[in-house]
Design a protein around this ligand. Sequence first.
Ligand SMILES: C[S@@+](CC[C@H](N)C(=O)[O-])C[C@H]1O[C@@H](n2cnc3c(N)ncnc32)[C@H](O)[C@@H]1O
Length: 240
Amino acid sequence: MTEFIHSGEEKKKFVQQMFEDISPRYDFLNHFLSFGVDLYWRRQLVKGLTLEKGQHVLDVATGTGDVGFAILKRYTDAAVIGLDYAFNMTLLAREKARRRQTGNITFVQGDGEALPFRDNSFDALTISYGFRNIGHYEVAAREFQRVLKPGGKLAILEFSQPRSKLFGHLYRFYFKQVLPRLAGLFSQSRAYRYLPESVEVFPPDREVAGMLVHAGFSTVEVQSLTFGVSKIYWAVNADQ
Ligand SMILES: C[S@@+](CC[C@H](N)C(=O)[O-])C[C@H]1O[C@@H](n2cnc3c(N)ncnc32)[C@H](O)[C@@H]1O
């Protein structure tokens, strides 16, 4: 029995509102609750992208833009667009870009399931801790394939459940018992009850890979990070 709805329109509305509401505390809680390891996970995503000069990247579910900023730090002549469904997140991301005087990055409000871009627009598409939150995974996967150029790279960074028994117990205890209580001191605890539940119901690797292949991607590879607490799904747009 789950407390939250994990697919469809109802999930979509709930998730959007939740992120609108927690946006002011989002960055702080991210770093605090993950002991800063989230920065390492995003860096692994960015490192693995291996972009060439002047390439265009779309960061879907960008939140406050950290993946976009990390991309530009490593690939200084890339051009990045960050898109998020929660308007407040895009405002915070824009404010960060202004403070840091980061060029070559634009933030827009939009839906990952209906991307406001032409076919074959991007060399790479990243989505970090966002795919799990999407209402209709298959629809989003097809959109990702549509806006990517042939041979374009897709990188999905997501939480997952560690395989090791000992680490799995520790992880579940922290994620289900500690994290919602700690987060509840600073923000809405329901958001941090939703988080572990959404990780639990997220489809297994072979299903995610099957979905991506069905959407038109090839060579789906899964990279495990920190005993499997996070994973990166790497895929290439098979369109020729
Ligand atoms: C956990 S946050 C991740 C933010 C950022 N990528 C990061 O790594 O910190 C998930 C984000 O997904 C966004 N999101 C959820 N559904 C979306 C959709 N359909 N289209 C675009 N963004 C969406 C939320 O608004 C939220 O900002």
